[in-house]
Design a protein around this ligand. Structure first.
Ligand code: MLT
Length: 379
């Protein structure tokens, strides 16, 4: 029996995939084999030894201590792409919010409540909320993963000039972009031509604060910034200065923080609603749950954040799954000896190997191999 602890509300359509004869699922589980999480911060969480997997129903994993988990043989999964359409749609909404003063106009209209001349005053006062159209404007997209790509293609279809930059863009991902989307060679190539810039990259040590005074100084005057990735990507002090002096015309951000809430009339804060749609929540939950099940029941790793991808159809009566760090799979294979089939893969310093066997295997001997971070046996 596997125990699964829910750290947040996870869509039932996802958790229903757990076979109740094999899985106990709930919020009050003490010794979980797996943890399912959305936004709960796990950095201070004390992981019981029982935990073998953490699945985030979402793309960002900055609420999970990735290295700590990986070093302790805990596989962290995320669900890239599962909420991409939801986020794409809110980014399109943000493009329009950045272009037309809908928020200002909405607030102002409310001040006319009960005014008998409201209709007349609306016609007289509306010019203060006039905006611009997105047609023919240039949208710069930083990050062309699942979300960035959908945004690129949708903006292209709406008649924008789209330029994108992604240091990790694969040929396969590039092939999914609309032909008009122009791939540029650097962040600067986005900064110097874009009327709107939208961020679709993870928050990491490298990307933290990447939109700062230096980046803003390279941008066009009156640029509009959309941030539906993470607060940390943008330096709050610097963006406030740039909004104040007019360099930046609008900042639409899905991550309100104390530093920026209501600090400038041209900031629009949205309470992290990017993926808050019924469809996205369902898709993420289903993907997260299926990945846990495939790991526990077949030893397959799909969308593991730190460990490599490995999918192998099972043969034989037993599968030995070995997680390792900074070591060679050959050392593990030598301990296992004869097996029906095996496979291994490495991502950075972390590796994963599976061995299908029929006989007995000395698990303690595998655990004793230097660099092994975890061993799971699936019968
Ligand atoms: C994500 O990381 O997938 C999005 O920010 C949405 C979310 O956090 O739920």
């Amino acid at each position: 029996m596997y125990n699964v602890r829910l750290m947040n509300k996870i869509a039932k359509v996802g958790t229903d995939n757990f076979d109740p004869t094999k899985y106990t699922v709930g919020e009050e589980i003490n010794n979980p084999s797996a943890i399912l999480v959305r936004s709960a911060d796990l950095h201070e969480f004390v992981f019981p030894d029982s935990v073998k997997a953490v699945a985030r129903a979402g793309a960002g994993v900055n609420n999970i201590p990735l290295d700590k988990c990986a070093d302790n043989g805990i596989v962290v999964f995320n669900t890239p792409g599962a909420n991409a359409n939801g986020v794409k749609e809110i980014v399109l909404c943000a493009l329009f919010l950045a272009s037309r003063d809908i928020v200002g106009g909405f607030e102002w209209s409310k001040t006319l409540k009960g005014d008998e001349d409201a209709a007349k005053k609306v016609e007289k006062g509306k010019s203060q909320f006039a905006g611009c159209e997105i047609l023919g404007k240039t949208l710069g997209i930083i990050g062309l993963g699942a979300i960035g790509r959908l945004v690129a293609n949708a903006a292209d279809a709406l008649g924008m000039n789209v330029v994108g930059y992604d240091p990790y863009l694969s040929d396969a991902a590039k092939a999914l972009l609309a032909p008009n989307v122009k791939i540029v060679a650097s962040y600067d190539d986005i900064y110097n031509c874009a009327d709107y810039i939208t961020l679709h990259i993870p928050a990491t040590a490298e990307t933290k604060g990447m939109l700062n005074a230096s980046a803003f100084s390279k941008m066009k005057d009156g640029v509009k910034i959309l941030n539906f990735s993470r607060a940390d990507l943008v330096n709050s002090t610097d963006i406030l200065v740039s909004l104040e002096n007019g360099k930046i015309a609008k900042y639409i951000v899905d991550f309100p923080t104390t530093e920026i809430i209501d600090k400038n009339k041209n900031i629009i804060t949205i309470p992290h609603l990017g993926a808050s749609t019924a469809e996205s929540e369902d898709n993420c939950a289903i993907m997260a749950v299926k990945q846990i099940i495939d790991y526990f029941e077949n030893g397959n790793l799909v969308n593991a954040v730190t460990y490599p991808r490995l999918v192998l159809e099972r043969k034989g009566s037993k599968r030995i799954c070995v997680l390792f760090k900074n070591t060679d799979a050959d050392k593990i294979s030598a301990v296992i000896g004869n097996c029906i089939q095996s496979a291994n893969a490495v991502k950075g310093v972390y590796g994963y190997a599976v061995y299908d066997v029929d006989g007995d295997v000395n698990i303690n001997a595998i655990k004793a191999v230097n660099g092994v971070t975890g061993v799971n046996v699936i019968d």
